[in-house]
Every structure is written in C-alpha cells, then in structure tokens.
Design a protein around this ligand. Structure first.
Ligand code: HEC
Length: 174
C-alpha cells in the first residue's frame, strides 16, 4: 500500500480531502476491483489471498469515505484514523477524546510525564517518540501505572512508516 501514500498524503497535506478520497477510491477502492479485473481473477486465487485483497479494498473504501466525511467536517483526525487502518484495533482499548478506556486516552498524552512500572519498580518517564515506539514494540518494558498490563506488542504488525504515522497522530491529539 506504500506506493499510493505519497499522492494521497500530498493531497491531504493540501487539505484536499476530496482528491485524497478519489485517489484512494480509484487506486484501491472497491470500484477498482472491476477496473483491474480482480473480480474476474478472484475465483482462481486461493481463499486467503482473496480475503487479503478484499480486506485491502475495503480498508481503502473506508478511508475514502472517512476522507470525504473529513472534507465535510474540516477535521483532520478521522483522516488519520482511516489512513493507516491500523488504528481501528487500538480504539478497542484507547480513546481520542480524553476518556480512559482499558488503556490511557491518546488525547494529550504526548509530552506528559507519567509513572510506569519498570521491572517491578516505579519510575517516571515523559511520553515522547521513543517511549511510544517502545510501547508499540515492547510494551512489557514500561507498563503505565494504574492500568492493566494489557497493551499488546505490535512487533511484526506495523511497518516503521506506520509507527511514524501513529506517533504523528498521537502528537496531533492535543
Ligand atoms: C487490548 C487493549 C489494547 C490494545 C488493542 C492497544 N492497547 Fe495500547 N495500551 C493498553 C493498555 C492497557 C495500556 C497501559 C498499560 C500498559 O502499558 O500495558 C496501553 C498503553 C499504550 C500507550 C502508552 C500510553 C501512555 O499513557 O503512556 C500507547 C502509546 C499505546 N498503548 C498505543 C497503542 C496503539 C497505537 C495501539 C494500536 C496499534 C494500541 N495501543 C492497542 C491497551 C491496549
């Protein structure tokens, strides 16, 4: 999916949500299934491959819709949420509106000083890029105090680019 990002992100940077939505929809969305004959090929693909293809197309269609909604509302955050698709699973445990859920809220967390449990002892950290990256890959090193130790490791699940996007997204939630 990397190859579509530059143009979508360029469009997003210009706040041209309609264009970003169009690119996503045309290149990857459900309407492109027909355009590149994937629907015709599908019966010959193994089932898991078909599922991956369909999931990717659905994610892109969802992104296109989210970008269009954002264009209407003039709000960036739903765009980020749709962009990676990965944040979908995070919001099972994290909110973006300041309310704690199973884990701490993302809102205002960047730059915050907090107490974590490190090898059974408390210590103070500041939530910065390095801490978020560590939490995503090795949550067991520092568990945020006051929450159950449930943050799942995302190692092998996220690319470096996605980790970077997640960090930028969390930063944007002031
Ligand atoms: C099953 C629930 C669950 C899921 C899914 C989950 N987290 Fe967490 N997360 C937690 C909990 C609980 C904590 C705090 C305790 C800990 O550190 O384990 C936490 C901590 C964090 C922190 C540190 C917050 C702070 O206050 O310092 C970040 C950042 C974070 N998660 C990001 C993510 C991202 C991004 C995703 C999706 C890729 C995600 N989490 C998915 C439960 C979850």
């Amino acid at each position: 999916m990397e190859f579509i990002r530059p143009s979508i992100q360029a469009a997003l940077a210009k706040k041209d949500f309609d264009q970003a939505a169009d690119i996503a929809e045309q290149r990857l969305g459900l309407s492109s299934l027909e355009a590149h004959g994937a629907a015709h090929m599908a019966p010959y693909m193994p089932k898991p491959m078909q599922d991956i293809g369909t999931d990717m197309h659905r994610a892109a269609s969802r992104f296109a819709r989210t970008a269009q909604e954002a264009a209407v509302k003039g709000d960036m955050s739903p765009v980020f949420a749709g962009l990676a698709g990965v944040l979908r699973q995070c919001v099972a445990c994290h909110t973006t509106d300041g309310t704690p859920k199973i884990g701490p809220t993302f809102k205002g967390v960047f730059g915050k000083k907090e107490t974590v449990i490190h090898e059974g002892k408390e210590r103070e950290i500041t939530v910065d890029e390095a801490f978020i990256k560590q939490t995503l890959l090795h949550p067991e090193i520092d568990r945020v105090k006051g929450f159950p130790p449930l943050m799942p490791s995302q190692q092998g699940q996220l690319t470096d680019a996605e980790i970077h996007e997640i960090i930028e997204y969390i930063k944007s939630l002031k």
